[in-house]
Design a binder for this molecule. Structure first.
Ligand SMILES: [Zn+2]
Length: 452
């Protein structure tokens, strides 16, 4: 149904997506889900900006009230995004049916709602069923639900599941429960219940995948689990068609989810795991390492004279370590080989050295786990290896036994695993204390990094 041609790949702004949302709301109505006050029946409308255009989008959401009076004010959210990539106007029209991604999850969402509605005694907590819009363009629907215009308080949402690509069980020989370890004892319970139903769990993780709707919930501190049959799938291609789905597998996952969520909904407490709670803390420590390459130009400055030498090409390369303090501050320690110099009428100065910049990054803007933009301030220590001034070989072990010091300033940005920055380096210590003239290093580098 959701993959039919008239659904137009459920792309943003298409009539097909309107049909899809009405179809889902029709199912919710027939099942008898309750509606939230303040919404347009099951529809939660919102707007998002795609470059210059404002696009309207709609989540479809309803709930079933839990049977336990002590727990029914708490919610478990089961979500699945129903939007997809739409169509491309190639040779007429190429539709992306998005069967595995994510008609499969949407269908499973509807079936789970039906199961729970027929078995009202099977849930202690209340359960929210939500078909998210605008996932493919950046998780807008889930973001809006949990931190935009809230219909329930974030503190009342105890657990979240995203059913995203669940139609390829057999091809992938099991399911992934990504993020299940964000819930205290979640992994053990899931493994026990899955093995009782003979369902293979291929992978359980503690991370928050950034490409599905669990992410905005996880950022809000809510344990969040992505149910996923895997990348062995024709997803994001026009070949992602309904006839390739493993319907028997989907039925098995639906049954597992029904019993698992039912069990969880009745537990006296649903807590974030200790590890996950620690990461939510504003001063949580995280560590990274990566590779760094820099290219730029350097020259020598004569601070006491009206004179400066000319620029020459310089480069550095090496490794770096990062320590993140929450999401505001990052310390980055680099260890690099640096080749720089300066040119004057007397000749060209060249040297190779080891340089150890230590910088503080203050994040001016950040989107957790995706990217950040920051200012750079810090200092460096330089150990000279060898050098040459014109024809003369330099002996740094006599002129600079203690090495050199200097400062760094700059700006940088990171997106996913790529780091880019512009850094200005200026020496404080004298390069050569010859003739009583002070000479210091000065340079600007463009820096490119890869984070492991
Ligand atoms: Zn998806």
């Amino acid at each position: 149904m959701l993959t039919a041609d008239e659904m137009e790949g459920r792309g943003l702004g298409t009539e097909g997506k309107v049909l899809a949302k009405n179809y889902i709301a029709g199912c919710f109505r027939e099942i008898g889900l309750q509606t939230f006050d303040g919404l347009d029946e099951y529809f939660q409308h919102f707007e998002l900006r795609i470059s210059l255009a404002i696009v309207k989008a709609t989540n479809v959401v309803g709930y079933l009230e839990g049977s336990d009076p002590a727990l029914r004010d708490e919610y478990i959210v089961i979500g699945a995004h129903y939007d997809h990539l739409g169509y491309r106007p190639v040779n007429g029209r190429v539709v992306y049916p998005g069967a595995d991604d994510n008609a499969s999850g949407t269908a499973m969402l509807i079936e789970l709602a039906r199961f729970f509605a027929k078995n009202p005694g099977m849930m202690g907590r209340s359960i929210i069923f939500i078909a998210f819009d605008a996932e493919e363009s950046g998780l807008h629907g889930s973001e809006w639900f949990i931190s935009g215009n809230r219909v329930v308080g974030t503190e009342n949402v105890k657990l979240m599941f995203s059913l995203d690509m669940v139609g390829m069980l057999e091809a992938n020989r099991g399911i992934d429960l990504r993020g299940i370890s964000t819930l205290e004892n979640g992994t053990q319970l899931a493994e026990k219940m899955a093995s009782a139903q003979n369902l293979a769990i291929r992978r359980t993780t503690a991370d928050l995948p950034v490409r599905t709707d669990t992410y905005p919930f996880g950022i809000a501190g809510i344990p969040s689990v992505h149910i996923f049959t895997g990348m062995e799938s024709p997803y994001h291609s026009p070949e992602d068609t309904w006839d390739l789905l493993d319907y028997r597998g989907m039925a098995r996952i639906t049954l597992f989810m029904f019993s698992f969520v039912s069990r969880l909904s009745g537990l006296p407490e649903l807590n974030p795991s200790r590890r996950f709670a620690r990461l939510q803390h504003p001063w949580a420590l995280r560590f990274n390492a990566g590779l760094l390459g820099q290219a730029g130009s350097t020259y020598h400055e004569y601070p006491d004279d009206f004179y400066r030498a000319n620029n020459v090409f310089a480069f550095s390369s090496g490794i770096f370590f990062q320590m993140h303090l929450g999401y505001r501050l990052t310390f980055q320690q680099d260890a690099m080989f640096d080749y720089n110099g300066s040119r004057s009428p007397e000749g060209t100065f060249r040297r190779s050295s080891l340089i150890f910049p230590l910088n503080l990054h203050v994040n001016l803007a950040s989107s957790r786990g995706i990217g950040r933009f920051y200012s750079i301030t810090g200092g460096y220590f330089r150990h000279n290896l060898r050098g040459r001034d014109g024809a003369e070989e330099l002996d740094f072990s006599t002129t600079h036994p203690g090495g050199e010091w200097g400062v760094n300033l700059g700006f940088g940005g990171e997106i996913n695993r790529i780091q880019m920055a512009t850094v200005w380096r200026r020496g404080i210590t004298n390069i050569a204390a010859t003739n009583g003239t002070r000479i210091v290093e000065n340079g600007v580098y463009f820096s490119l990094g890869y984070i492991f």
